[in-house]
Design a protein around this ligand. Structure first.
Ligand SMILES: [Zn+2]
Length: 191
């Protein structure tokens, strides 16, 4: 018995023509927003993109996009995909294992309830977001689940820095594109 969740075919070619080291945070944010947009345009999942970087050097370790519908796995969020790919590539479940550089997760929006936990368990030391808040739910209809008001504090307390609102408008544009595309909004608890 095994579980297989795969990234879409276009990602490899897309990443091959991009730099493998991105020192600038603004550029890292641009990449995940671009991944979210391409995922909508290719019709290969929801409007979410994520990446794991070596925090200080900017070396790109992995990328992820939302794959819930194509893979029939409700947990196949962009953050899950990027973290799993980074961990399997590095051969460890803990991205803060001794000897490893600090890692940063970059996402086009604040993680949902599930991915919030996944970020904590992953060992990343930094979380950078294009934006956060209820706008994603208002625009797309996705349910992000319950998140405590002190979510940033709780991450900080566990040694994870949070860099929020790095390019809110760019992320929102993709959510509007997704809404206007009329694609499936999966939401198991929706009325
Ligand atoms: Zn999620």
């Amino acid at each position: 018995m095994r579980v297989v969740v795969e990234m879409p075919d276009w990602v490899e070619a897309e990443m091959a023509r991009r730099p493998s080291v991105i020192p600038d945070l603004e550029e890292r944010i641009r990449l995940v927003v671009e991944l979210s947009r391409l995922n909508v345009e290719h019709d290969t999942g929801g409007p979410f993109g994520a990446a794991v970087f070596e925090r200080d050097s900017g070396k790109l370790v992995s990328v992820g996009v939302n794959r819930v519908v194509p893979c029939s796995v409700s947990s196949a969020h962009a953050e899950f995909m990027a973290l799993a790919l980074a961990q399997q590539k590095l051969g460890t479940f803990d991205l803060s294992s001794p000897g490893l550089p600090a890692h940063q997760m970059v996402v086009n929006w604040r993680p949902c309830t599930m991915c919030y936990g996944a970020v904590i368990w992953s060992g990343v030391r930094s979380l950078a977001l294009a934006g956060s808040g209820s706008a994603v739910e208002e625009i797309t209809g996705f349910d992000e689940g319950p998140i405590a008001d002190n979510w940033i504090e709780e991450l900080n307390r566990r040694g994870i820095e949070v860099l929020d609102n790095q390019n809110r408008e760019a992320a929102l544009q993709v959510f509007r594109l997704f809404r206007d595309s009329g694609k499936l909004v999966y939401n198991a608890t929706r009325d």
